[in-house]
Design a protein around this ligand. Structure first.
Ligand code: MSK
Length: 631
């Protein structure tokens, strides 16, 4: 404990969850904790990746007695095919999110509801893509760039535009290894073509396409999602907020936004702030309206508006279990179908809004860019009208929240760290001050912490414990997705967390006035991290793979996370996982991913389920990289 500052422990969070599950029992509610028990032990064939059901001759399962499927495919081909299908699922998902954002940009109008909030960034991207900007109306430009963005999905020839942002050396690797992604949709289609019965069964070919499909996400769809969200809703700057369930307010109408696409949540926030709506809430007996978030939609509105974060992936049921949630409004991805039946045990309205994510027991209000304002207004009103249906006997909001400073886009990091050294930043800003901190050893390196929660790992424990050890060792952490929310809930994004750092990082935190764990946004914003390492490499004259930087997803669970892992590794960053991506059934595929990839892209995976060992391996890797470049 330092002054008033104290981290929230995982034990405290677990105790709060226990209490919420008690409420759930009173109303016959289910919870993931119970479903996990029913689902374990998991199927060993599935878990090791050696079950094949891509045609109807099977399903085939590999055993010592049956080492080949009916078509003759062995364990290595089956594992690699499953891995590529998993990647393609993630790549499609992130990329379709990016496409929706391009579509929203296309609908931007000066009179709203979607406007261009960062015209400078739009002009920068337009120039980068060779679009004439001189004398053009900003909305005409937005529409032109949006069409170009949408064209990246079906581009006829050539590679994706954003690849040129990578250092020359990285681009050459991608060319040499034939993994430079072409049209975004093409890489997903090509992956599904390769995994069709009777196509590829050679692990090298399938893993190579996994990298390519991953790259089409990270340097294509996700980057479009990030960049055009910034153009529409503003490029994040440091902003103060709060995190954990205690951000919900028992006296207010509570609306929880959940999912990934900021097009919905931005509008909900807009209308929840409308004096007319607040007055309406008061007329219904509430003191006001509180919007809070879960998962990446939460990250989006936290870093642009300071909207508090109620929780991350495995806390999504908890917000309903508080009994104080009037509406949980979702868009796409990472939404439990369990929320429908769970909401029915309470007064909560479970509102789905996207044709992509429709679920039983929900109220479907189709959200469309053209009617966004009316849709958002209707949802906020529905939540307010629902306030009077709350059962006060079921209300329990854990008194648990932490302060957090979030919103560290690359632009914000460059600007903020300028204060650390006396270096002059040029007009566009450089990462040189950060490089100086790393070169001098004040900061030993950086870890990008990303990814989900997974019941296979004690939820949040790995994220929080890893981060604590890293910052104590003067390693700065950049975080996104549910990892960022775990950090915020614990208090690691409070500037006072500097007191948990080694002397060097603590000094940097004081000089730059930053927390030691920097919130870089949502899952698609891992593309920001790609830009940051690229800039670090260019400004330092090193290759990305030489930088003392690694990536880590200790509790990952989704297909998107595998796609991310592939593009992070393919960008030259060693990546550490706490959960095996269903490849242990093939020693060839496992070896390729953990060793062989290094010959292709200068980086590889490490899979280690022991969290203590995982963090030590990362620190060791960072120190090895420092030694190799003589710092
Ligand atoms: S929300 S993909 S549980 S990080 Fe992006 Fe969290 Fe993982 Fe979903």
């Amino acid at each position: 404990m330092m002054g008033d500052f104290k981290l929230t422990t995982v034990e405290e969070m677990e105790a709060a969850t226990e209490k919420l599950l008690e409420t759930g029992k009173k109303v016959g509610a289910d919870g993931w904790q119970y479903r996990v028990k029913n689902q374990t032990p998991h199927c060993k064939f599935g878990e090791t990746g050696i079950c094949c059901k891509i045609c109807s001759m099977g399903p085939c399962r590999i055993t010592p007695k049956a080492p080949k499927g009916i078509c003759g495919c062995d364990a290595h081909g089956i594992v690699a095919r499953n891995y590529l299908k998993f990647t393609a699922g993630g790549s499609a998902t992130h990329s379709d999110h990016g496409r929706e954002i391009c579509n929203t940009l296309y609908h931007a109008k000066p009179e709203g509801p979607y406007k261009v909030k960062d015209p400078e960034k739009l002009i920068r991207i337009a120039k980068e893509w060779g679009v004439e900007t001189e004398g053009k109306d900003i909305y005409d430009l937005a529409h032109e760039v949006a069409i170009l963005g949408l064209s990246e999905y079906g581009k006829v020839f050539g590679h994706q535009n954003f690849l040129k942002r990578a250092p020359q050396h990285t681009q050459e690797i991608w060319e040499r290894e034939e993994i430079a992604p072409r049209a975004i949709d093409r890489e997903v289609s090509c992956s599904l073509h390769m995994t069709h019965m009777g196509c590829s069964s050679k692990p090298e070919a399938l893993i190579r396409q996994s990298l390519r499909s991953g790259l089409s996400d990270g340097w294509g769809g996700s980057m479009a999602g990030t960049e055009f969200s910034d153009v529409l809703f503003g490029t994040p700057k440091p902003v103060d907020t709060e995190a954990n369930l205690g951000v919900m307010n028992k006296d207010n109408v509570n609306i929880v936004v959940h999912g990934h696409d900021p097009s919905l949540s931005e509008m909900i926030c807009e209308y929840a702030d409308d004096p007319e709506m607040i007055a309406y809430a008061k007329s219904k007996g509430a003191k006001g309206i509180t919007v809070s978030g879960v998962c990446c939609t939460s990250n989006e509105v936290a870093m642009r508006r300071g909207i508090p974060m109620a929780g991350n992936f495995l806390q999504q049921e908890n917000v309903v279990l508080t009994g104080a949630c009037e509406a949980i409004v979702v868009d796409v991805q990472c939404i439990f179908p369990a929320l429908g039946p769970l909401s029915k045990c309470f007064h909560t309205k479970f509102v789905t809004t996207s044709p992509i994510a429709q679920m039983p027991d929900s109220e479907f209000i189709r959200f469309h860019a053209d009617t966004a304002a009316e849709n958002a207004k209707a949802i906020v009103k529905m939540a307010i009208d629902n306030f009077e249906n709350r059962n006060p006997d079921l209300v329990y909001i854990p008194d648990m929240k932490q302060k957090a400073t979030v919103g560290y886009s690359v632009e914000a990091i460059v600007k903020t760290l300028d204060g650390v050294t006396n270096s002059q930043v040029d007009e566009t800003g450089t990462t040189k001050p950060l490089i100086e901190c790393i070169t001098s050893g004040v900061i030993r390196g950086a870890v990008a912490m990303v990814g989900c929660n997974n019941p296979k790992i004690r939820p949040d424990y790995a994220h929080i414990e890893l981060m604590k050890k890293l910052i104590a060792n003067d390693i700065i952490v950049v975080a996104s997705g549910c990892s960022a929310q775990a950090a915020a809930k614990a208090g690691l994004m409070d500037k006072e967390a500097k007191n948990l750092c080694g002397a060097g990082l603590k000094r940097v935190c004081e000089l730059a006035d930053i927390p030691p764990v920097l919130h870089m946004g949502s899952c698609v914003d891992i593309s920001r991290m790609m830009i940051l390492v690229s800039e670090l490499a260019k400004d330092s004259g090193l290759n990305i793979s030489q930088l003392p930087v690694v990536g880590c997803a200790p509790e990952w669970m989704s297909e998107k996370a595998v796609s991310i892992g592939n593009y992070v590794v393919a960008t030259g960053i060693d990546t550490f996982l706490g959960v095996d991506p269903y490849v242990s059934g093939s020693d060839q595929v496992s070896k390729l991913l953990t060793e062989g990839l290094r010959d292709w892209v200068e980086a590889a995976y490490t899979v280690e389920k022991d969290i203590e060992k995982l963090v030590d391996l990362m620190i060791e890797r960072i120190e090895e990289k420092r030694t190799a470049i003589g710092i």
